[in-house]
Design a protein around this ligand. Structure first.
Ligand SMILES: Cc1cc2nc3c(=O)[nH]c(=O)nc-3n(C[C@H](O)[C@H](O)[C@H](O)COP(=O)(O)O)c2cc1C
Length: 282
């Protein structure tokens, strides 16, 4: 094996895991590589944790990584609330539809869109802040929160920790706000479990759609979407059989989540919940 072949092998393996071995065309043309990319492409959500606490300072390191993310106009419209409290985590697990990993993980983080800091700043400076009630401002805050959290996820994984996002905090954002004592104009966008994967729960990289489905050049346009989806369905069904003992395809998952109102888990009430939490959304 040449040196070039030896160094390109980890890259090829990582790409095969990310897209599935049956879609090798996806990897053609992918160029440079390094350890950061190895870490990014090895991502998988983990849904079973050991109780072991995290090394001292881990939370602060993750937050430093989160604060290193870009943030719209440097507004930093997000905050994060950490909990290790078993009672809190037990109730959050129930809100999330009995997701046991919330109880198991040693650290749970609630990432919030936070307009309250800016409102307080306005009050202190005697300025009313007319921009706060707008959809655009919530969108900016939610984007900021997501970018920050994803930096924390990558940082955690680079340290050998595992994570899983918990969007199911939005099943009942009003109760979540009560649990964490969130002030008006603060909304829990999602949670994040952080910890060490339990034995046998490390999971596997979940293949993604081939790049032809998501990457366009110059103009939006998909060719042969039916064939692309059929191939990806086969890939994801194989993953489901290995990891979850089901035959679920990507198509069946999309239809179950987005093709029926039950897939919303009550979140069709979001506008009313947001109004209660101080987001009139003009
Ligand atoms: C915003 C967001 C919310 C999510 N919410 C949940 C959740 O409530 N429970 C869960 O088990 N996984 C949740 N996930 C994890 C996704 O199911 C997971 O990322 C996806 O299936 C891809 O798998 P992977 O992360 O292992 O690549 C969420 C992911 C994101 C980005």
């Amino acid at each position: 094996m040449t040196l070039a072949e030896a160094t390109s092998r980890p890259r090829e393996e990582a790409l095969e895991r990310r897209y599935g071995a049956a879609t090798p065309h996806a990897i053609a043309g992918i160029g440079p590589w390094n350890d950061v990319l190895d870490c990014l492409l090895a991502h998988r959500s983990v849904r079973g944790y050991r109780p072991d606490p995290l090394p001292a300072g881990t939370l602060e390191t993750l937050v430093a990584a989160a604060q290193s993310a870009a943030t719209s106009s440097n507004m930093q419209l997000w905050s994060v609330i950490a909990t290790t409290d078993p009672t809190k985590k037990a109730e959050l697990a129930v809100i999330a539809g009995n997701q046991k990993h919330i109880e198991q993980c040693p650290l749970f983080l609630l990432w919030v869109a936070d307009l309250s800091r800016h409102e307080r700043l306005g009050t202190a400076e005697g300025v009313e802040m007319p921009t706060l009630p707008y959809v655009e401002t919530l969108m900016v805050a939610a984007i900021d929160a997501a970018l920050a959290a994803q930096n924390a996820v990558v940082a955690a994984e680079s340290l050998g920790l595992s994570t899983v996002y918990i969007g199911a905090m939005r099943n009942n954002p009003v109760r979540v706000a009560e649990i964490f004592g969130l002030p008006d104009k603060v909304f829990g966008v999602f949670g994040l479990c952080v910890g060490y994967a339990a034995a046998g729960k490390e999971g596997e990289v979940k293949p993604r759609l081939p790049q032809e489905a998501v990457l366009f050049h110059e103009r939006y346009g998909v060719s042969d979407e039916t064939a692309i989806r059929a191939a990806y369905d086969r890939e994801l069904a194989a993953f489901s059989r290995r990891q979850e003992m089901t035959d679920a395809t990507w198509t069946s998952r999309v239809l179950s989540r987005m093709g029926r109102m039950a897939g919303m888990n009550g979140r069709e009430n979001m506008r009313a919940w947001l109004a209660k939490l101080g987001f009139p959304l003009e």
